[in-house]
Design a protein around this ligand. Structure first.
Ligand SMILES: [Zn+2]
Length: 369
């Protein structure tokens, strides 16, 4: 039975379509965490290999997932990612009997939120709270289990400030004359280790706001006119994007997480930066024991990922006008979770009972999109 269970997980853990250049990466020496063997193998993106899933607190799994930046309707690209993780979470819970504590953050302060709020004449609080509700409603419609814990960035600003302050004190971050705080990538020798991405120098990037090196990333942004702000030791301002996840995850889970997940578009720079600042804050090399990433969804015939900024999205309500949540879930299960997927609306040419004459996948070329 255990073998069958392992195969279920393993069949979900074949990674393709990751976007990195392996020769740029450095070796990462993974250390097996102290704790109980589960008998499960899991693909760890950091090592690019399957590893035994060992839980430091036997029977309990700490899972952090990057949540949405709430400024618009969630689309089915987001949905595919959360449905796939929901399936894995249910397998771990219902088949293996593991108590999964599934935590999600909500990014409710960000450039995109500020821009959209200005455009529609709302405060950032009004806008983000509306779209946060919409996100949860849509996940409910897709039968995605609620996270065990949800935290919003703006509810935790003091924790953000404390986290950044520790990084400044330890020399891993620096403050500019303009009141920005940047993470000093040179201070962390394993930077680039997760994504294996090469950061190319750019004069513009170096000049920007006294940033010392192109790869340095912002932890705290100084106040701009008309933007929300909070007091800090570096002046009025607001958190950068990456810091929120590290702070909130550390607040709930402490210095170590079993699984950290997100869409594969978050690998670089978001997860690379999260890992760098968290490893430095916690004085560890392995803040996360297992990284898993969901492949991205694109429209059939479109090589770009589904994204609001590219204008090629299908919203969840639009999807559910035509198809059921179970049909979409089945679609998400047709390929390994880490694999990118292409989706087209079609009906006549694919009559496989799994599709229920509904969703058509990569190999459909009926041209009806
Ligand atoms: Zn994140």
């Amino acid at each position: 039975m255990l073998g069958t269970r392992c195969r279920i997980i393993q069949s979900l853990s074949v990674v393709r379509n990751v976007r990195f250049c392996s020769q740029l990466g450095r070796e990462f020496a993974w250390t097996a965490p102290p704790g109980g063997e589960t008998g499960i193998s899991i693909y760890n993106f950091h090592t690019r290999s399957k590893l035994p899933l060992i839980l430091s607190n036997e029977g309990n799994l700490k899972w952090y997932v990057c949540g949405p930046t709430v400024y618009d309707e969630p689309h089915i690209g987001h949905a595919c990612c959360y449905v796939r993780f929901d399936v894995i979470r249910r397998i771990l819970t219902n088949i293996f009997g593991i108590n999964v504590v599934y935590m999600m953050n909500i990014t409710n302060i960000d450039d995109k939120i500020i821009e959209k709020a200005k455009k529609v004449g709302q405060t950032t609080e009004q806008l983000s709270s509306h779209y946060e509700s919409r996100f949860h409603q849509n996940m409910h419609r897709l039968n995605v289990l609620k996270p065990t814990v949800v935290h919003r960035v703006t509810d935790n600003i003091q924790s953000v400030i404390h986290f950044i302050q520790k990084l400044v004190e330890s020399g891993h971050a620096y403050v500019t004359d303009q009141g920005s705080v940047f993470f000093r990538c040179d201070s962390y020798s394993s930077y680039g280790n997760l994504s294996r991405m090469k950061v190319l120098p750019s004069e513009k990037a170096v000049d920007y706001d006294q940033k010392m090196k192109p790869q340095d990333f912002v932890l705290w942004k100084p106040r701009k006119p008309g933007e929300p702000f909070w007091d800090s030791p570096w002046g009025e301002g607001r958190p950068g994007w990456h810091i929120g996840c590290s702070v909130l995850a550390s607040k709930v889970f402490g210095e170590n997480i079993d699984i950290h997940s997100g869409g594969s578009d978050l690998i670089f720079p978001h997860h690379e930066n999260e890992l760098a600042q968290s490893n430095c804050y916690h004085h560890t090399n392995q803040w996360v024991n297992y990284w898993i990433h969901s492949g991205l969804l694109s429209k059939e015939g479109d090589n770009e990922k589904m994204s609001k900024s590219l204008g090629n999205i299908i919203t969840i309500p639009d999807l559910l006008k035509k198809y059921t949540s179970n049909q979409f879930r089945m679609f998400c299960l047709l390929t390994p979770y880490a694999m990118g997927e292409s989706l087209g609306f079609c009906c006549s040419c694919c009559s496989h009972p799994l599709f229920c004459a509904a969703l058509v996948v990569v190999h459909c070329h009926c041209g009806t999109l």
